[in-house]
Ligand binder design. Structure first.
Ligand code: CA
Ligand code: CA
Length: 91
């Protein structure tokens, strides 16, 4: 009897744990460069860089995309955005 209660309790704990895990949103992919600006919002897939598609969410950023993409890899990294910001170009 005791064993059955233990097993039942264990199953309940496991079920609760699984439910909890499913409800927990995945942690944001932070590469140590989390910013409070719209950057994280624009990074729709959370890979830490803004692709050309993602930049379309911001008309200003989109229009300056090629100028800001200094290494021409088709993505804006946080450092590229930081450089743009330090230039005082809005982005
Ligand atoms: Ca992205
Ligand atoms: Ca780039």
């Amino acid at each position: 009897m005791n064993a059955i209660i233990k097993v039942t309790a264990l199953a309940a704990v496991l079920a609760a744990g699984a439910a909890f895990a499913q409800q927990t949103p995945p942690p944001p992919a932070s590469n140590g460069t989390s910013t409070s600006m719209d950057y994280s919002k624009l990074d729709a897939n959370g890979d830490g860089v803004i692709s050309k598609d993602e930049a379309k969410g911001d008309a200003n950023l989109s229009s300056q995309f090629s100028a800001l993409d200094t290494d021409k890899d088709g993505k804006l990294s946080s450092s590229e955005l930081a450089k743009a910001k330090s230039k005082g170009g809005g982005y």
